[in-house]
Design a protein around this ligand. Sequence first.
Ligand code: SAH
Length: 420
Amino acid sequence: MPDPLEPSDSSLPTDAHRPYLAGLVLAGRKVVVVGGGHVAQRRVPAFLAAGARVSVVSPEVTPAIEGLSGELSLVLRGFEDADLDGAWYVVAATDDPEVNARVVAAAERRHTFCVRADDALGGTAWTPAAGHHGSVTIGVLGNREPHKSAALRDEIVTALRDGHLHAVDAHDRTPGVVLVGGGPGEPELATVAARHALASADVVVADRLAPRELLDELGPHVELVDVAKLPRGRSATQERINEVIVERARAGKRVVRFKGGDNFVFGRGYEEVLACLEADVPVTVVPGLTSAIAVPARAGIPVTHRGVAHEFTVISGHLPPGHPESLVAWDAVARMRGTVVLLMAVENAPAIAEALVTGGRSATTPVAVVVDGTMPTERTVLTTLADLAADLVAHEVSPPAIIVVGEVVAVARPAHYGRG
Ligand code: SAH
């Protein structure tokens, strides 16, 4: 059934009064939704999020509403006027116009506002197209054109999110450090929370693998520290990063430490947490979509598959097997039957493949190397443990690349492995 957010009936006299847009404080208050179909399904979560005591009255409900039965009261029968007793707000959303009319009439007698889903002009309240950004809620009641309202709402929320509209109050701007995972590279794969954090930043300390396009969206007042350009060698660089984030936060800035993937997956994120804790600087974490899972996924390769892989193991290949500082039990990994996902492993891949085969994994085990995952230059090289070393050279593979080892690769590319 149609779900008008607001009246779309152009017969509304042009001199009709404008609706009055209010923010209802529904926490702990009874809201009755009559009808258990798709309209109800779309409205109920917002009422629950507002803390309302929701009652759904309907002989039948969708499985989604049934799934919410722990959070609301379900009255599984036809509507009776008394269902509205004690209600502060009502939605008439059955597919029977007569029932909806009865609900509106019963609400009217009780001086309770009532939205009528099938005939918005027949009700006493309209649902605005609503959106949220930080602590701000946007509500749009358009010129009787619900689709335009929804589109305008989307535009406003997107503009706030991308920083084209500035709602200074929408963001938490407390000084401190926020560790933000930016996802595997493509800006669309950064979370909403990551974008909010970037929009709130005074300083952004970014890595080479952090989604660069999102940095273009930063306002001119934001200081951008490119870690790739910090002087000195590898471990000293981490110390310098710790110093930079702590210094800036102590100076009252909100510092976003922005990385590719997830900061806690081979991202040295917790070293930064410890540096902040030691310096008494507040630190919070926004998890990101790790490339370990997202990059294979975007190449069409699942890390698990029923009946094929009951585990996946994510390993850093920055040290070769047998290296005195290695913490990986490669012999144990070789005995596992599931998927092995290797990061930072291009250089040591030949030694790793050899250790896996020596440890018992078949030399014919399918391997996919996904280079520049989610970026315009993304490509996938399909091979096996036996041929991995030669194929990395033949295809001129250079980092960043994810190496996926296991039967899941053949599940995704059966033709290549002669299984189709
Ligand atoms: N914290 C990151 C991983 C950092 S380690 C995360 O959670 O994704 C860096 C390694 O990640 C690279 O050497 C490469 O193996 C992998 N990687 C990150 N982004 C990648 C991408 N877009 N495509 C392929 N590999 C990627």
